[in-house]
Design a binder for this molecule. Structure first.
Ligand code: SAM
Length: 242
């Protein structure tokens, strides 16, 4: 299981390059997309397509290769395979057949966003993509209202505005959100705001709704603490007390 870049092609590990150059077959979510990565590093290797629509069907021939002693690398379009990406069902089949499965760690959009959120100290819960239908999305969010850990969401650009509106409705304006857009790419942007200000932030520039997004929401516990401003005001008031 080989993690690949989220955008910046330099975000590939030396080990990933060595393994992609050495395996017999690279199973890729989108072979045309991944060909660009392989070409960038001069890697010539046979590729087969393994995506969410053929994962079960593709498992058979890959298991035959493994049984014949061949080595297979699985990559997806970006980041870590099987994280909101194809791969989990294939891994289960490969393990069940008794073959070793080895992780080659590397980029993951959720972890990259968490690392710059400042919310990760109390743990985190990876939610991934929320339901597309508004009713189901609000219900899913409501079930997370009291989660103490930071919440990590993936969201598509065409749903980002309605998604943050639902976050505001469910979690209230004081809860803070980290918006990570286009990580590692030319227009990378990360901003941390209270939910009350997020709608205005998106409305201020139409480019801000473009690209790929990770949202990291502060956990419920963090809310119980005082903001820096509240602490400053409290300090001033306490100083006035006899
Ligand atoms: N397996 C990937 C990983 O390890 O992060 C996730 C794949 S999932 C199909 C694609 C989603 O990941 C996007 O819709 C977006 O939410 C997030 N994502 C991927 N690349 C990103 C990037 N460069 N910046 C922000 N989010 C990204």
């Amino acid at each position: 299981m080989v993690a690949t870049p989220l955008g910046n092609l330099h975000d590939i590990t030396l080990r990933a390059l060595a393994v992609l150059g050495a395996v017999d077959v690279v199973a890729a979510e989108d072979t045309r997309h991944s060909q660009r990565l392989l070409d960038a590093y001069g890697l010539k290797v046979r590729m087969v397509a393994v995506h969410q629509h053929n994962e079960q069907a593709a498992a058979g021939p890959l298991l035959e290769l493994l049984a014949a002693g061949r080595q297979v690398a699985l990559i997806t379009d970006a980041g870590t395979p099987a994280v909101s990406d194809p791969g989990a069902r294939l891994v289960a089949r490969v393990r069940a057949a008794g073959h070793p499965v080895v992780p080659l760690p590397g980029p993951c959009a959720a972890v990259a966003a968490l690392s710059v959120s400042g919310f990760a100290e109390g743990g985190f819960r990876f939610v991934g993509f929320l339901p597309a239908r508004p009713g189901a999305r609000v219900a899913a969010l409501a079930a997370l209202r009291d989660e103490a850990a930071a919440l990590v969401f993936y969201e598509a650009p065409h749903r980002i505005v309605e998604c943050v509106a639902d976050l505001l409705a469910v979690f209230g304006g004081a809860r803070e959100l980290l918006i990570a857009r286009e990580l590692t790419k030319l227009h990378e942007q990360t901003v941390r705001l209270p939910l009350a200000e997020v709608g205005v932030w998106f409305a201020a520039d139409p480019n801000r709704v473009r690209g790929e997004f990770v949202l990291v929401l502060a956990g419920a516990q963090a809310e119980a603490g005082l903001s820096a401003e509240a602490e400053r005001v409290l300090g001033l008031l306490l100083a006035e007390l006899p």
